[in-house]
Design a protein around this ligand. Structure first.
Ligand SMILES: *[C@@H]1O[C@H](CO)[C@@H](O)[C@H](O)[C@H]1NC(C)=O
Ligand SMILES: *[C@@H]1O[C@H](CO)[C@@H](O)[C@H](O)[C@H]1NC(C)=O
Ligand SMILES: *[C@@H]1O[C@H](CO)[C@@H](O)[C@H](O)[C@H]1NC(C)=O
Length: 646
């Protein structure tokens, strides 16, 4: 029968198709897995390993146009073009203006958060401006005089009583001082001291699992580059449910994090163990707007004197109320722990939370100082008033709102997905006290990425999240399409590039061009040991996996000596320097959200690499931050190099 055979034919076809898909998935899966491996294997590279062998002669191979190096611990040799590589590429084709934000806002400056919302959103129901990210950024970049204000003296944060501070230890003395240090007496940070803050010290929180990676590094450096350090503290919460020694490991065994230990010592960074609490304190006078229905009569006290006062809420003998997680909830903690961490941490400690893939570009303090500073971000350009994104979030500790959100998430089975929590808040009419800032403020390409943009593209015009990592000439099409200010003048080619590491005195930095590899001189090696600020990866030994590598200045000099690094030739460069500078990187936005991209490494000359160079230049004392300030802190090692982009 034609009818039946056609059906059979179709079935066979379908079966073959499914088999093909399965086979493809299997093969693709295997490729992905082995790819993942090779990425990991690469993590063991280190130039010091090269130097510890019998000398570069047997590891460096030269042909006319390139040099291959076999680094210790790597299965594959790496090809270096001596005329265009990370060691001799000019940082930029233009002279960057580093202090493009002008003076840092006064320490008591407060942002008008409602104005920021309305100016970039339009009305609550109309959302007339929500999709116009360009206009919002213009407002953020040029409208400070409208949305920043310095309150009357008596209303300023620095004039308030530390004993009534919103934060624990807001004065650095356990809230025992009767006054904050006056603005003109405040001490700037120095190598040994974090300085004093005229006004409350605000905690910034983030969360991480496992050893530090480049992502942790770029997050911390962006923080150091932009924030008011005497007035902020960075709390890094480390998952200690999975690894009870997480904090200890990062403090003592983490090669990458080692560069930040002086800042742990100075007090900038606190590593905090995160254990999911089985009970969370609630403020005493919950105001009843939380749709919590308390029992008319609490249960009889148990042996510990605790009574059940509402569904899931226990009161103890001292009258403290606790949100109690059931044993079942404690056994099946959510997969998305980090979604919950931010609500718990902000409820208990207050301040602001940032996902680790968020890079700070401006001082956050003015957003956090207003009395009512509870906010998060919109989920792209979604029009629902409950569609929050909590990658960046601020809540007042022990507030009615923080209690409400927390209890809601627990009641929904520990579901803290921002859009679930957000819709709950909206249903209960509480979304308007939890401000929703538009994407321009924190994640300026999200709207573009979702094809929801109206008006012009942003500056730079990046259409997806990988673009910021791309460094090849022409790889990002039309990135300047919305830029209409005068072009930056290109500086002449042939600019000499100094050793990135601390410049060695004498001639060890000169490129003695393609000298024979045997021209290496041994006695140089120890000469600058003491003033070398960076831990060499050899010293770090076989510790936590490290993706990049970081040669010391002496080692870098040796590579030059060995002819691995010669004179730079622009025409040979795959990643030629360009006119990207932070000044034109989403000007006005407080942060840029990398948005996952967890396996990506920034290519040389990419936007993210430009950001890295700005960080390193600042931390090495060569450049200022966007506020024209010099780094006064302890030395911090620069970013490692990526083997694949040497
Ligand atoms: C060099 O390698 C040898 C053997 O692998 C080792 O014993 C020695 O300590 C290393 N030297 C340095 C300076 O790392
Ligand atoms: C919030 O309340 C809890 C319990 O009373 C307390 O331990 C915590 O320190 C408070 N947080 C702040 C920032 O005051
Ligand atoms: C950078 O160069 C591009 C291409 O030449 C140009 O369109 C753009 O305006 C320049 N941007 C700046 C900031 O100079």
């Amino acid at each position: 029968m034609p009818e039946g055979s056609r059906t059979r034919g179709f079935c066979v076809l379908l079966r073959n198709l499914i088999l093909a898909v399965l086979l493809y998935a299997a093969i693709f899966g295997i490729i992905e897995v082995s790819r993942g491996r090779s990425v990991r294997a690469k993590g063991k590279l280190g130039i010091p390993a090269l130097l510890n062998k019998s000398g570069p002669a047997n590891i460096v191979k030269q042909t006319k146009s390139k040099v291959t190096i076999k680094f210790g611990g790597s299965p594959d040799a790496i090809t270096i073009n001596p005329h265009a590589n990370v060691f001799n590429r000019p940082a930029s084709a233009v002279a960057p203006k580093d202090d493009y934000l002008g003076l840092r806002p006064h320490v008591d400056t407060e942002a008008d958060l409602h104005l920021l919302v309305e100016e970039c959103r339009g009305t609550y129901t109309g959302l007339e401006k929500m999709r116009n990210v360009f206009d919002c950024l213009q407002f953020l970049a040029n409208g400070e005089d409208r949305y920043y204000l310095l309150p009357e003296k008596s209303d300023r944060a620095s004039e308030q009583d530390p004993q009534h501070a919103e934060y624990n230890d807001a004065d650095g003395h356990g809230n025992t001082l009767s006054k904050y240090v006056p603005v003109d007496k405040a001490q700037k940070p120095s190598k040994e001291s974090i300085g004093t803050c005229p006004g409350p010290i605000i905690p910034y929180h983030t969360y991480w699992t496992g050893p530090a990676t480049w992502r942790v590094e770029v997050f911390i450096k962006a923080y150091l580059h932009t924030q008011n350090l005497a007035c902020s503290r960075l709390w890094i919460w480390l998952d200690s449910d999975k690894n009870p020694n997480a904090v200890e490991d990062m403090l003592t065994r983490d090669a990458l994090f080692a560069r930040f230990l002086p800042l742990v010592e100075r007090g900038d960074i606190r590593l905090m163990p995160w254990n999911f609490p089985s009970r969370i304190p609630l403020p005493k006078n919950t105001d009843g707007t939380d749709s919590i229905s308390y029992y008319k009569t609490p249960s009889k006290p148990n042996a510990l004197g605790e009574t059940k006062v509402a569904d899931g809420i226990t009161g103890d003998a001292d009258g403290q109320q606790w949100l109690v997680l059931t044993p079942k909830q404690m056994t099946f903690l959510p997969v998305a722990v980090s979604d919950a961490v931010r609500f718990v941490v902000l409820h208990i400690h207050g301040g602001a939370y940032f996902d680790m893939d968020v890079l700070m570009l401006r001082d956050m303090r003015p957003l956090l100082l207003p009395k009512e500073h509870s906010f998060a971000e919109r989920w792209a350009a979604h029009s629902h008033p409950g569609d929050y994104n909590t990658a960046i979030m601020s809540l007042t500790a022990n507030s009615s709102l923080s209690s409400y959100l927390l209890r809601g998430g627990v009641r929904m089975g520990l579901n803290f997905h921002p859009r679930v929590i957000g819709r709950m808040a909206w249903k209960d009419g509480r979304d308007q006290e939890f401000l929703m800032l538009e994407t321009a403020a924190f994640d300026p390409i999200w709207t573009e990425f979702n094809w929801d943009r109206e008006g012009r593209c942003t500056v730079p015009c990046l259409r997806d999240y990988s673009a910021a990592f791309k460094g090849k000439a022409g790889a990002v099409k039309d990135e300047w399409e919305s830029f209409d200010r005068p072009q930056l003048e290109r500086i002449g080619a042939g600019t000499t590039v100094e050793l990135r590491a601390q410049k060695a005195d004498g001639d060890s930095g000169s490129s003695s061009a393609l000298e024979a590899p045997s021209g290496r001189t041994h006695h140089r090696r120890n000469r600058h040991k003491n003033d070398d600020l960076r831990a060499s990866s050899a010293a770090q030994g076989k510790q936590a996996p490290q993706d990049g590598f970081s040669p010391t200045s002496d080692e870098e000099a040796e590579l030059r000596q060995a002819g691995v690094v010669a004179d730079y030739i622009l025409e040979e460069d795959k990643f030629p320097p360009n006119n990207r500078t932070l000044e034109n990187f989403f000007r006005g936005a407080w942060t840029y959200h990398i948005h996952n991209q967890w396996l990506k490494h920034p290519e040389p000359s990419s936007w993210i690499n430009v950001l890295e160079q700005a960080h390193d230049g600042f931390l090495a004392g060569r450049r200022t931050n966007p506020y024209g300030e010099k780094w006064d802190g302890p030395p911090v090692a620069p970013y490692n190099y990526w083997p694949e982009f040497v």
